[in-house]
Design a protein around this ligand. Sequence first.
Ligand code: SF4
Length: 175
Amino acid sequence: MSQQTASPVEIQMNGPDIQQMLDTSVLTTRADKFIAWGRKNSLWPLPFGTACCGIEFMSVVGPRYDVARFGAEVVRFSPRQSDFLLVAGTITEKMGPILKLIYEQMLEPKWVLAMGACASSGGFYRAYHVMQGADKIIPVDVYVPGCPPTPEAVIDGIMKIQELIASGRRRPVQR
Ligand code: SF4
């Protein structure tokens, strides 16, 4: 019994075809850019809410403003699972060491956003017991002004963090 072998299908492509295939089907990038793309689109925030800004943050993750559109909706209250610390509220002198401990428990790389006047600069609490901004005790990447800031402003701050991640710029690790 004779066996018939199928003839191989010949695909003939000319120069323009190959160029079109490359343009539509092939992506090139660098590994660090690809990792940054993944990181910026899957931030896991830890909201350190101590006052009214913490309440305002709830609307950011709610359905109206829906921060899930920016990949930052997986709120975690464990520093081991978070890479994005969102300081939302007044930081008193007693609260400062706790904020620092939580920051230190987060793994690198990590980013910090100061939400509102209190977290950015102490707000209107010019008092001996209030830290004049979270950056007095931990590094801060982005400051969002307002008392409280609008959800749109917070989302804009999150987008600034995403730009920072995508750019590959990093502040030095503090120990
Ligand atoms: S900035 Fe204003 S809204 Fe935010 S915690 Fe301070 S007092 Fe409250």
